[in-house]
Structures are given as C-alpha cells and as structure tokens.
Ligand binder design. Structure first.
Ligand SMILES: NC(=O)c1ccc[n+]([C@@H]2O[C@H](COP(=O)([O-])OP(=O)(O)OC[C@H]3O[C@@H](n4cnc5c(N)ncnc54)[C@H](OP(=O)(O)O)[C@@H]3O)[C@@H](O)[C@H]2O)c1
Length: 355
C-alpha cells in the first residue's frame, strides 16, 4: 500500500536525503514538499514556500509528515501532525524540545506515531521497542564531540564559523553543525530523548564517541546492554521512519567489522562545552526553560554565523538568558510562543552587551 509523504524542509540536508529515499521506494509517494524560501517547484504535486505550511498539509492529506525544518519554525508542522494522528517522522528536534509537554498532549489526543529521525533517537527507539520500561536501567546517547573535541577554552576563543562548520563525521545544515561544535545539539537531543521516551534525565547519559558508529545504547536492569551500530548516514534513520515498521533497504553498506572500526568512548568536557550541562539543567527545571534554551541558542548561533558573536559567547548568551526568564510552564501554544519571543528578546539584549 502506498504511503503519502509530506516533506517539510525539503531543500535542506535532511530534506534532500529524504527525497532520495522516497524516489527509491515505489511504496512511498511524495504528495507535498515545502521550504522556507528556496523554490521547490515540481518536487511534488503540491508545493509551498514559506507562509503557513499547515495549509499545505491540510490539502495534501498525507499518511506521514517528515518535519525537516530547522528551528522553532517547525513547531506548527509538528503540532499539526500530532494533533491529527498523522504519523510524524521528526527531524526537527527543536519543536519537541521547546514544546515537549504540548506536543505529547497533542499526540495523546491524536493517537498517531512519533517516529524519531535523529540518528541517536532512531537507534534508541529501535533498542527500546517491545521492552518493559521497568527493565531499562539507562539510555546512552553518543556524541561525536564535533570538530573541537579535546580543545581548551583558550584554543576556542577565536574559532571562526568556517572552522566550526567543518564537522568530522556528519554533513549537515549550518545550524545543527554549529550546535554539534558547541555540544548544544547533544543538549537538545537529551531533552528530545526525555520527551520521546518518557525517561527521567538521570536515566539519560551522553558519552563522546568520535567515530559515530554506535548511535545509542540501552543498559537493562539485568546487566545487559544493547547498542545500535551503523555507518553515520542519515538515510538510514530517514528510511526507517518513512517505511516503519518494514525497515526497507537503503544504499548504505552493511557494517564491516574487520576494516579497523574504532569504538572509543569518553566523558564529555562540560567545562569547555557548557551548553550540554545547561541543557540538562533546563530540562530538569522543566516548564518553558527548554523553550528558552532553544530560543537563546538559535539567536546566538545565528549571530555567530553572521560574525557578530564569538564562539564561546554562544553559551554565555544561553546561560544569561536562562537566568533571566521566568520559566513557568505554558498552558497553551500562545503562552509557549510568548516564552519563545521573550527568550529571543533577552538573548538579543545579551548580544548587544557582548558586541
Ligand atoms: N542534517 C542532519 O544530518 C540532521 C541530523 C539529525 C537531525 N537534524 C535536524 O533536522 C532539522 C533540519 O536540519 P538540516 O540540517 O536539514 O537543516 P538545513 O539543511 O538548514 O535545512 C533546513 C530546511 O528547513 C527549511 N526552513 C527553514 N526555515 C523555515 C521556515 N520558517 N519554514 C519552513 N521551512 C523552513 C529550509 O528551507 P530553505 O531552503 O528555503 O531555507 C530547509 O529546507 C534540524 O532540526 C536538525 O536539527 C538534521
């Protein structure tokens, strides 16, 4: 049976790989494609550039929505799919981080599936499928460590956007690549995992694993641990989410264990990369702290990419914004958007001080 796919964020790194996956599978049909500003004419029968993308979704009537938008801008798409019980293949982690409680309530009402596309979360999802929650001791998310792993703060003071954009193992859009260099990406993923799997933060650990071959690991209460391995290639989790539960074939080769795989793990350096620590704190405080973390980070990363902010000051902007917000839980979407706007305003004020 054909699955009608709506691809939102079709022109980005995830979006382009998703088009490749859809084209390779006759059972997947791209019924709608959208972007923020880049033309998408001809990519699907229904297309839209910018504006209210839920209008496109209403017309397209998809079976699955792949949300590959970057940033908080992806929130309406996430909520649209969850509220209607349409399967959501979620790459746009920022929407779940910012609106976790509202998104889970929408999923509860809608009753659809939330299929993670982030490689670590896809792995964690597969490792936990069919397991009793009580049997899980803890979840381990792996981080490549980014291009600046092992450096000291002094060595990071003058790094340029070009240096930060040179990721060692993943080829991705600019925002997530900077987030990988600061470890904010793993911070966002920690909060994402909390909402996706309902695990308390104390049961979610992050370890640095430079070759990105192990994507996640689950420790069980009997002392056994299961790991998910594969070459770092986003087409695998994209395909898994779009063809779930069939696990369709992809062009990615099977893992060759005899060609010198390196499986090393180390603790993250939370002093040099405080954004991971700040994410855990924001997640544990709950309310709209994760929303503020995400908003301030988006503002700071954009300023860094524009050459208006130093690399190390990204964390300062986020930390100071978190100290300034109220953090009360949002009762509805309007209150959440207010929190996002307020955190962006506060982060913008910090930028002026840092400039
Ligand atoms: N890239 C990866 O390997 C990877 C891995 C795991 C998770 N993710 C997550 O997947 C998401 C997308 O990442 P990416 O690397 O693919 O980003 P990207 O290459 O920058 O692409 C972003 C996409 O979002 C669209 N977009 C931006 N603002 C929009 C708006 N206001 N309304 C509608 N569409 C908008 C862009 O359209 P335009 O072309 O018009 O700007 C583009 O299609 C992020 O949340 C990221 O964290 C990515």
């Amino acid at each position: 049976m054909s699955r009608k796919v709506a691809l939102i964020g079709a022109t980005g790194s995830i979006g382009r790989q998703a088009v490749e996956i859809v084209e390779a599978h006759p059972e997947l049909e791209l019924v709608a494609a959208a972007s923020g500003s880049t033309p998408v004419d001809g990519l699907a029968p229904l297309t839209q550039v910018g504006g209210d993308l839920t209008e496109l979704l209403e017309r397209a009537e998809p079976n699955v929505v792949l949300n590959a938008v970057v940033g908080f801008a992806g929130l309406p798409v996430t909520l649209w799919a969850l509220e209607r019980g349409v399967d959501l293949a979620l790459a746009n982690k920022e929407s779940l981080v910012a609106a976790g409680a509202l998104a889970l309530a929408a999923r509860e009402r809608g009753g659809g599936r939330l299929l993670p596309v982030d490689s670590e979360h896809s792995a964690a999802f597969q490792l936990q499928e069919g397991r009793e929650r009580d049997s899980i001791h803890s979840l381990v998310l792996t981080a490549s460590g980014g291009p600046f792993r092992g450096r000291t703060c002094d060595e990071l003071a003058d790094v340029t956007p070009e240096e930060a954009l040179a990721h060692p193992t993943w080829s991705m859009g600019p925002k997530i690549t900077i987030d990988s260099a600061t470890l904010a990406n793993k911070g966002l993923e920690l909060i994402e995992a909390h909402f996706l799997f309902g695990l308390p933060y104390r049961q979610i650990e992050v370890v640095v694993h430079p070759t990105s071959v192990v994507h996640a690991l689950v420790r069980f209460r009997d002392g056994a641990s299961l790991a998910h391995l594969g070459y770092p290639d986003m087409r695998v989790p994209i395909s898994y989410a779009l063809t779930y539960p069939n696990r369709a074939a992809t062009p990615v080769p099977p893992l060759d264990l005899t060609s010198g795989l390196t499986l090393e793990f180390e603790a993250p350096d939370l002093d040099t990369f405080p954004l991971l620590r700040l994410a855990r704190e924001a997640g544990e405080r709950g309310g709209t702290y994760p929303c503020a973390y995400n908003a301030a980070n988006e503002v700071a990363v954009a300023a860094f990419l524009d050459g208006r902010l130093a690399f190390l000051a990204i964390a300062d902007v986020v930390e100071e914004t978190l100290a300034a917000v109220g953090g009360e839980a949002a009762a509805d979407l309007a209150e959440l958007v207010e929190s996002d706007v307020e955190a962006r305003r506060l982060a913008g004020d910090r930028l002026k001080v840092s400039a």
